[in-house]
Design a protein around this ligand. Sequence first.
Ligand code: FNR
Length: 387
Amino acid sequence: MPVITEIADLKRLYKRRVPKMFYDYAETGSWTEQTFRDNTNDFQEIRLRQRIAVDMANRSTATEMVGQEVAMPLALAPVGLTGMQNADGEIKAARAAEKFGVPFCLSTMSICSIEDVAAHTSKPFWFQVYTLKDDDFMRRLMDRAHAANCSAIVITVDLQVLGQRHKDLKNGLSAPPKLTPASIANMMTKVPWGLEMLQTKRRFFGNIVGHAQGVSDPSSLSSWTAEAFDPSLNWERIKELMDMWGGKVILKGIMEVDDAVKAAELGADAIIVSNHGGRQLDGALSSIRALEPIVKAVGDKTEVWMDSGIRTGQDVLKAVALGAKGTMSGRAWLYGLGAMGEQGVTKALEVIHRELDLSMAFCGRRNIKDVDRDILLVPKGFSGEWG
Ligand code: FNR
């Protein structure tokens, strides 16, 4: 077993273990991938200020996200098709998150269903919903999430239309995958992955097949996904969905102050400054640059979180110092899952936590709740001076 000290180690193992089409699905952004690259690179622009001779015993990274106690301000972001990266992947990731004490958010487009995940975990998880046209299906999804004791829903508001990812189109990515000779040849080299996939019955979109109208079997799925998303989404509909749920709501995919103000007015319990990991609007600002003006505008009215680009504990620290009350990470835990299953997700969380804890100490803070902008050196114009 190789020694794993950083997320990049897990990514290397993941690449080796998982078929190319699923690796490509995760490790890509839309169009030129500029925003995908900026998300990680822009964190590097910010520097940390080292302090000395401050008592660093008894540190704590524990805090709350929408009132829920968390071991560190990081939740597992919703990731579609997780169960194709590693058999029963959503269940494994949810279990790792639960043991670590951070929230897990299940995607609508997961392989394991809401009920599957609930049956294999003991604490409430969050459920992510897309804004779909089919009202009936939305209601049933939310009823199922209530029945599964989900403690919050995350409404993803940045997917009225779908960003284009060249690699996915070329690879025939879908669930089940459209198999080409090249993808079959590649899958045959991924023996441990394949053996595990053969042993599970969970290989299709578990929340959809048998639940959405007209999707009784996997072959009817692709036409459903092409039609399902609601391009006419507006704020009234978002409010309707929030009321439909009636509990805690987190709105994910907000990049502009005006939209954040509107979301706060509607009563969102938290908003996530997110460009969907660079998978939707290529050319959008990185989330870490978009964060601070939004915190300034609505940080006293709702919790502002961020995601997109987090690969280290230092990234989490920088986001918190810029005012984020929480963060989410998608790929970092997915690499761990693809590399080593549940153990790999735990490893990813341990790596990030250790980096966060030690960096916080170097910066002279003992408690994550005391982290503020004073620990940072931020380039002038980092979040502004764009026309
Ligand atoms: C996603 N993301 C996503 N978001 C969502 O709301 N529903 C979903 O089903 C998915 N699916 C999905 C699949 C894959 C492979 C990735 C990488 C991402 C976006 C995700 O929740 C999160 O916003 C980003 O992953 C954050 O960026 P990082 O942490 O991956 O850089």
